[in-house]
Design a protein around this ligand. Structure first.
Ligand code: SAM
Length: 382
């Protein structure tokens, strides 16, 4: 049950008992139980409440209805009785840090929203989970523990980095999942995108029946594509290349992290140092954002991710053209070339590929219907 529904429910409950201003009364009760300001309820309407919080709200409402007392009257009474129950109260206060933690989380979300962070709640939860050393999914189960001052300071610093400085969440938490595998990421590499999983999925499908497929990944970055293919196709032999020394260092770390052995990395400007010419598959997610669009990118991307991973400093087609023209010489007959493409580039990229001697065998769209992957096959020669 979401917060908004609980407010509605509480209001109706108090209305039944003829309270005046039942909405105001119910908001006072709920903000008191959650330990947040009444105004903060409005920006958390979607928040899911824990069972224990719902039970406390119900108990408070019942107390009000039974005694026909307003929220303020009950609080006044509690205050009067408090001196005699001081010791008892202290024990109760100690019981759980959940309310305090929820308040801190809620403030963090507000802060991120103020800076227009798109998924403020999700990002705040990832930051809390990272600092507390738990998975985001189980954050709420661990939310009654005491967050130390040191941890609170870290959370504050990370929330400021994410909000005020708009640093990508992935660089703050340093590790991100791609195709279910862990990848270290920092400002030396592009953050692997979910869209690229579609490209990887297609490559696995193309290679799964080949006994020992040889695969070349151009512009490997963090190693996301190379490492995933090497892991998912353990009989393959993969070469990942990149022109960036810094990116290659991260790729090597990720190879270790994932325990992959059937994969080598090479520093090369596209095909410059590629020696073998018998690949079954050449795959690439090249820098494809046209330079004019680059200037319009979100601050997270533009200020933090490497420019050379995003744009070719031209019309966005430089790498598609170059790789299409040259890869025909590096593939076996019947070998495949698979590209990730930008949202409106599929048609032009297919034309480049056809012109270079490829037969287009796949044009794959993502879950929102945008063309994301183009696959060509080098025609068999008699
Ligand atoms: C869009 S990123 C892709 C990174 C990774 N493959 C992924 O999908 O997450 C493009 C990569 O191409 C690399 N790159 C840029 N120019 C290159 C060139 N001339 N030769 C080889 N790699 C290049 C960049 O360093 C960057 O790592």
């Amino acid at each position: 049950m979401r917060l908004l529904e609980i407010i509605e429910f509480s209001k109706e409950y108090l209305e039944k008992y003829s309270f005046s201003k039942p909405r105001l009364e119910s908001e006072k009760v709920i903000s008191h139980i959650l330990g947040i300001k009444r105004i903060e309820l409005y920006s958390n309407f979607e928040m899911e409440l824990e069972q224990v919080e719902k039970d406390k709200i119900k108990a408070f409402l019942r107390e009000m209805a039974r005694g026909r007392k307003t929220f303020d009257e009950i609080m006044e009474e509690k205050k009067k009785n408090s001196s005699s129950h001081d010791a008892e109260e202290k024990v109760l206060e100690k019981k759980s840090f959940k309310e305090e933690n929820i308040q801190l989380l809620s403030k963090s979300i507000q802060y991120l929203k103020k800076y227009q962070v798109e998924n403020a709640r999700l990002d705040a939860e990832y930051i809390f989970a990272y600092v507390l050393g738990v998975k985001r999914i189980s954050l709420m189960l661990n939310f009654d523990i005491e967050i130390s001052e040191e941890q609170k300071n870290l959370i504050r610093q990370y929330i400021i980095r994410r909000g005020k400085h708009r640093e990508p969440l992935q660089y703050i938490v340093k590790e991100w999942e791609f195709y279910g595998h862990p990848f270290k990421v920092d400002s030396r590499v592009l953050i692997p995108r979910q869209d690229t999983e579609i490209l990887v999925e297609q490559c696995i499908h193309l290679m799964k029946d080949i006994e020992n497929p040889k695969i070349l990944d151009i512009g490997t970055g963090s190693g996301a594509i190379s490492i995933t293919l090497a892991k998912e196709l353990p009989n393959s032999e993969v070469l990942g290349l990149d022109v960036s020394d810094e990116a290659l260092k991260v790729a090597v770390e990720n190879r270790e992290l994932n325990g992959v052995t059937n994969l080598k990395f090479l520093k090369s400007d596209v095909f410059q140092h590629v020696k073998e010419r018998n690949y079954d598959l050449i795959v690439s997610n090249p820098p494809y954002i046209p330079v004019e669009e680059y200037n319009e990118l979100m601050p997270e991307v533009k200020q933090y991710e490497p420019k050379m991973a995003l744009t070719d400093n031209g019309d966005g087609y430089y790498f598609y053209k170059k790789i299409s023209e040259e890869s025909i010489n590096y593939l076996k007959n019947g070998g495949y070339l698979a590209f990730e493409v930008g949202y409106n580039q599929g048609e032009t990229v297919s034309l480049f590929m056809k012109k270079s001697g490829f037969q287009i065998v796949g044009r794959v769209t993502d879950y929102s219907g945008i063309e994301r992957v183009i696959i060509g096959r080098k025609e068999e020669k008699e």
